[in-house]
Design a protein around this ligand. Structure first.
Ligand code: FES
Length: 122
C-alpha cells in the first residue's frame, strides 16, 4: 500500500478493496502526518471516500475536495473559515441526520454527506 503524494490531492491511499476518492477531486487540505490512523469510510454525494480516525468532518471532506459546495440561495462555494464552530461557513447535510457544522462534528464511519445533491432543500 503506497501513500498518495501531495500532488494527488489526497491522503493515504486506500488499501485494496477500500473505497477510493474520486481522482477528479482535489483536496484543499494536505495531511502531513497521522496517516497511520485507521481509515474511516464515508460518502460524499454517494461517492465512497476515506477519512482518518480523529478527523473532524470538515477536515475529512477538505482532504478529498476543494470545497463544501454552495449553501443555497448563495451560489458561492464554501470551505469553512474559522474551523472552531463560530463562523457558520461549514454547514453540511447528513442523510438521515439533517444539518451539522462540519468543523465541530467528528467523522464517523459510514456518514453520508450531501453537498452537491439537488432536490433536497436546506
Ligand atoms: S468553519 Fe467556522 S463554524 Fe465551522
Amino acid at each position: 500500500m503506497g501513500d498518495r503524494t501531495a500532488s494527488d490531492g489526497a491522503r493515504g491511499a486506500p488499501a485494496e478493496g477500500e473505497p477510493t476518492p474520486s481522482p477528479s477531486e482535489t483536496g484543499r487540505f494536505r495531511c502531513t502526518g497521522g496517516v497511520e490512523r485507521p481509515a474511516v469510510p464515508f460518502r460524499i454525494d454517494g461517492v465512497p471516500v476515506l477519512g482518518r480516525d480523529g478527523d473532524s468532518l470538515l477536515t475529512a471532506i477538505l482532504c478529498v475536495r476543494a470545497d463544501l459546495g454552495a449553501l443555497p440561495p448563495d451560489p458561492r462555494r464554501r470551505a469553512g473559515f474559522c474551523l472552531i464552530g463560530l463562523c457558520q461557513d461549514c454547514w453540511v447535510r447528513l442523510r438521515g441526520r439533517g444539518r451539522v457544522r462540519a468543523c465541530t462534528t467528528p467523522l464517523e464511519p459510514d456518514m453520508d454527506v450531501l453537498l452537491d445533491s439537488d432536490g433536497e432543500l436546506w
